[in-house]
Structures are given as structure tokens and as C-alpha cells.
Design a protein around this ligand. Structure first.
Ligand code: SAM
Length: 544
């Protein structure tokens, strides 16, 4: 497979592993509505935020949509990942987009995207799918990058979205009216996308000129170019005309035997006088309940850039032009993605959240079909996250006045979200657990690092049982105040008594029991006979 190389690649291919696991703290003042709805908005760099969320959501997300910086040369995006490479250190903190003449601009963009895409893939369910908005600046690089990370067989489509309705007559060569939405599956064999609702236009093609009791129908050609060994035979029309065979260079698409069955069932249309070449009748009542999405999304169906700005403007009526979010996507565009890629109950992720269109579209869709999709949004900017992303969500949840006009109330969509920030890393530079880490935080982390699966449910330490994944059960003996000290009285040591008191395993369980604790006084022989693996905190915890 052809591979893309760029400056800094070696330094970032494993960078996602080095990123520390951080704590996530919720801020109830900036949250809104039902905080338990499962929706999250995390303020922070998505590299760190994704790593922090992985123990809770790995393999659980059905649909990811991202709209990263396009690297146009006009945006102020910053590449400041803490990568251990002299060259990258030189780049750190530099404004990248504004330096359009910086030859390493594309290298930096690729360095920024690579570890994020690696982490995003970890979140997807087996039948999950990712959609990425991009324009011509990085499209070609992105597809190669995705081929490398997701695999070339995971490619689904590059959708062309008509982003503007006009033509720019001052364009140098060709007026740019569309951008791309690149789509890859986690596992193409497991992916299923929903059909789109049939539009009125589609149904109007169906008529019933022969008053068929099965209702309106349309007809399709019964011949095709594909060679078909049973597809060459003569026919006689009902009017008695002899037809020697299919048109030159073509084949009937059904065998003679099947043709006769279809004709007997009045599924062949010979024209009103019974004298035409035969066509196959296709009944509206028998076609699928929807249409397959195509790769060309027109603004009349899914909105355009101007519509997106108006949407944001009508919610933030008090803002002036300069402070309004300048690059939102239309809600209809994200709804189209949700329509084909999600079902009620699915988790949707957007780690470049901007004005929060994805969250808005999720709430909107839930309101419409009674679903309970959840969103996880990440936005890095310290002002945008609370004042734009969070505030938009708050307003659409609670209701607002369109354009600030009291005579135009917009009913709230309901739902809610938690606003979170990233805290300290779980482990310090010596690998010791940070003092702020609770039992619940550490339990999620050890479960994920042990099993590779997200914790089945949050635990508070009232029992040492963290959870089961397949043939593994994980326990944690950890006392927050005694962190770093093995003390039997604190309950953080695996003693014979503690071992005997561990919660029972489910009937028939014959797998491994892994106990994380500060110390162990049980003999190696007894551990072996009991099927227990002891792992010492913090040294045996991955990521420490
Ligand atoms: C093009 S905008 C997304 C717009 C969004 N789709 C909407 O409809 O409003 C990209 C957003 O990603 C944010 N961003 C850029 N780099 C980020 C990072 N490393 N982590 C999290 N957010 C980031 C920017 O602050 C910006 O708000």
C-alpha cells in the first residue's frame, strides 16, 4: 500500500500512547438541563481529552463527525502537542495556519491529526463510522492518513457537499463550491447505514397506467451490457410482433424461464398497445422504505455555509458579526450524517466541536424521533467552549427567542449536558498516583488498561469489584488517603482474609481474577490455586 511520509511522522506514530491519562472534572454551573442525559462537553485539547475519555467510551461510539482545521493558511490553529522530538519542539506553540508560506505547514497538520485519528478509531464500535469534513488543502493527505490508520478497505466514500449556492466569478480558475466529507468504517464488514427517507419527487415517478391492483409502478430496462449466458433468446410481444433477441451488444437480465414467470404475473410491461420492447414493472409498494444515500449532497437538501451562520446568528442574536462563530456547519448537514449513521440510543462524538452543531443536531433528532442518542463534544478554546459551544447547547435545550425577537419563541429541545474540564494526569512523572485521583477514577483506568474495554459501570469503592470482561474479573484495593502506603487496616493489601472476602464470582466462571492492590501477603501457591493474578499499584498499571 502506498504510504505517506512527512517530517515528524516518526515522532508521532506512537505519540497517542505517551499522552497522559488525565482526570475529568465536571462544572455544574456551566452544565445545563438533565445532567444525567449522558451528554458531555469537554473543554480541552482533544488529544488529552480523548485519552481521558477512552477508559469510559472505548469501542462504544457509533458515529464520529469531525470538522478539524482545514489548514487553509487563514485559520489560527496552533500545533503545540508535547511531542518528544527536537524538530517538533521547535514548532511548538507556533501559529500554523497564518504562516501560509511555511513549507512545513502540511507536516504540522499531519503531525497534529495522526495521533488524534489513532485515538478516535479506538472509540468506534465494530459497526461504527467516522465522517471528516475537509477541503482541497488536505483532502489528498487525509485519505492517505486514513488508509494507514483505518486500513484502505475501511474506506466508504468521499461525499461532495455543496457548501455555497453561488459562483465566485473572481476565482482564479474554478469557483470552489463544494468540500468533502470523507467517510471510513471501523470494520467495513460490520457497517450498516440507514436509508434516507424517500422524497415526494421519487414517488411521483410511479404511475398505474394498467390499473394494476398492486398499485403504482415504474419500469426498468430488461436488458444490460453485462454478458449473461442465459440472456439471449427471442420473444413475441402480446401484439404478435417477433423480437429476435435483446438489443445489439446487450443481454436480457433474466433467463427465459424467469421471464415467463414474470410475464405470467403481469410484471412485464409491453407498452399500452402491447407492441414495445419488454420492461420490468417495479411497484412502489415493493421498493425499500427509503433510498440509498448518494455521494453528492446538495445545499437544497442539507444546507450551506450561509445557512449555518444564520442558524448560529439567530441563537446568538446579541453577538456582533466579529464575535460570532465564523465557521459553523449547517445543522441539516449533521442531521443527514446522523440519519444515515445512527439509531436511537447511539453515542455520537465530535472532538472539534466549534459552535456545537453536532450536539444541537443530536438533541434535535432525539426530539423528533424520541431517541436517546448521546453526544460527546470536545472543544479546546477556553472562550469558545463555555461561551459558544456550551451556550448554544444551553439555549437550544432550554428554549430561546429567534434573533432575540420576543414574538418568535423557539421551544427548548430538552435533554441536557455536563460541562467538563481536564484535570491533572493520573500519574506523576515518577509513575505515582496523583493525590486527586479517586477510587472511581483509578478503577476506570485499571479496568481499561487490563481488559482494553471501558468500565461497564462507574464504581465508588463500596466494593473492591470493578467489573468483568469476558474471562477476566478485575478488583481494586485502593484507599485514597493511604495512597502509596500498603496498610492492611486501610484495606489496600491483598491478605488471605481479604482474598476470602472478595465478592463471589458468577456461577461457572473459570477465568482469571486480577487484583490490583498496594501490597500482597498471600503466598504465590495460594494465588495460583485460587486463579488470582496480583498486580501492584502503581507499578503494574499501564500508563503509570
Ligand atoms: C472548524 S471548527 C468546527 C466547527 C463545527 N463543526 C461547527 O459546526 O461549529 C474547528 C473547531 O475545532 C477547535 N479545535 C482546534 N484544534 C483543537 C484541538 N486540538 N482540540 C479540540 N478542539 C480543537 C477549534 O477551536 C474550532 O472551534
Amino acid at each position: 500500500m502506498p504510504e505517506l511520509n512527512w517530517i515528524g511522522k516518526n515522532a508521532v506514530v506512537n505519540h497517542h500512547r505517551e499522552v497522559p491519562y488525565r482526570l475529568v472534572h465536571c462544572d455544574s454551573e456551566l452544565s445545563a438541563g438533565d445532567a444525567d442525559s449522558g451528554n458531555l462537553l469537554v473543554q480541552g485539547d482533544n488529544l488529552e481529552a480523548l485519552k481521558a475519555l477512552l477508559p469510559y467510551y472505548a469501542g462504544k461510539v457509533k458515529c464520529i463527525y469531525i470538522d478539524p482545521p482545514y489548514n487553509t493558511g487563514n485559520e489560527n490553529w496552533v500545533y503545540n502537542d508535547n511531542v518528544n522530538s527536537a524538530r517538533i519542539k521547535q514548532w511548538l506553540g507556533k501559529i500554523v495556519g497564518a504562516q501560509a508560506d511555511d513549507l512545513s505547514r502540511h507536516d504540522k497538520w499531519l503531525c497534529m491529526m495522526y495521533p488524534r485519528l489513532r485515538l478516535l478509531r479506538e472509540f468506534l464500535r465494530e459497526d461504527g463510522v467516522i465522517f471528516i469534513s475537509i477541503d482541497d488543502n488536505e483532502l489528498h493527505h487525509l485519505i492517505l492518513l486514513m488508509n494507514e490508520i483505518f486500513g484502505p478497505t475501511a474506506y466508504v466514500s468521499s461525499i461532495a457537499w455543496q457548501k455555497v449556492f453561488g459562483r465566485n466569478n473572481t476565482a482564479k480558475f474554478i469557483s470552489d463550491t463544494h468540500e468533502h466529507i470523507v467517510c471510513f468504517a471501523r470494520n467495513i464488514k460490520a457497517l450498516e447505514l440507514n436509508l434516507l427517507e424517500r422524497g415526494e419527487g421519487e414517488d411521483s415517478r410511479y404511475k398505474n397506467p394498467d390499473s394494476d391492483p398492486r398499485g403504482p409502478w415504474t419500469s426498468s430496462d430488461l436488458s444490460a451490457r453485462n454478458p449473461y449466458s442465459l440472456g439471449v433468446y427471442p420473444l413475441r410481444t402480446p401484439s404478435g410482433r417477433e423480437i429476435e433477441g435483446p438489443p445489439a451488444g446487450r443481454y436480457w437480465t433474466v433467463s427465459k424461464e424467469n421471464f415467463e414467470k414474470l410475464d405470467a404475473d403481469n410484471r412485464i410491461w409491453w407498452g399500452t398497445k402491447g407492441n414495445n420492447f419488454p420492461r420490468l414493472k417495479r411497484f412502489l409498494s415493493e421498493v425499500a422504505q427509503g433510498v440509498i444515500p448518494n455521494s453528492l449532497w446538495m445545499h437544497s437538501e442539507v444546507g450551506h455555509n450561509q445557512e449555518a451562520k444564520q442558524e448560529v446568528g439567530s441563537i446568538f442574536h446579541e453577538a456582533n458579526r466579529e464575535t460570532l462563530f465564523s465557521t459553523p456547519k449547517p445543522k441539516r448537514l449533521i442531521r443527514r450524517i446522523l440519519q444515515i449513521a445512527t439509531n436511537p440510543g447511539d453515542i455520537v462524538m465530535d472532538s472539534f466541536a466549534g459552535s456545537g452543531t453536532t450536539g444541537h443536531a443530536v438533541l434535535d433528532m432525539n426530539k423528533q424521533d424520541g431517541g436517546n442518542r448521546q453526544f460527546i463534544l470536545v472543544e479546546m478554546d477556553e472562550k469558545i467552549a463555555p461561551d459558544t459551544t456550551g451556550e448554544r447547547l444551553r439555549r437550544v435545550i432550554n428554549g430561546y427567542h429567534k434573533g432575540g425577537d420576543v414574538s418568535k419563541p423557539v421551544e427548548g429541545l430538552g435533554g441536557g449536558f455536563r460541562y467538563c474540564r481536564l484535570g491533572t494526569p493520573l500519574f506523576d512523572e515518577f509513575g505515582d498516583i496523583d493525590g486527586a485521583v479517586s477510587f472511581s477514577d483509578l478503577a476506570a483506568h485499571v479496568f481499561f488498561s487490563e481488559t482494553g474495554a471501558p468500565i461497564p459501570q462507574r464504581v465508588d469503592g463500596s466494593t473492591p469489584l470493578v467489573g468483568q470482561h469476558g474471562e477476566q474479573i478485575v478488583y481494586l484495593l485502593y484507599s485514597e488517603p493511604e495512597q502509596g502506603f500498603a496498610r492492611e487496616e486501610a484495606g489496600n493489601v491483598l491478605t488471605p482474609d481479604m482474598l476470602a472476602s472478595l465478592p463471589d464470582t458468577p456461577e461457572g466462571f473459570e477465568g482469571e481474577r486480577v487484583v490490583y492492590a498496594e501490597g500482597c501477603t498471600v503466598s504465590a501457591d495460594r494465588l495460583k490455586t485460587e486463579g488470582i493474578v496480583f498486580k501492584q499499584i502503581p507499578y503494574s498499571i499501564q500508563g503509570a
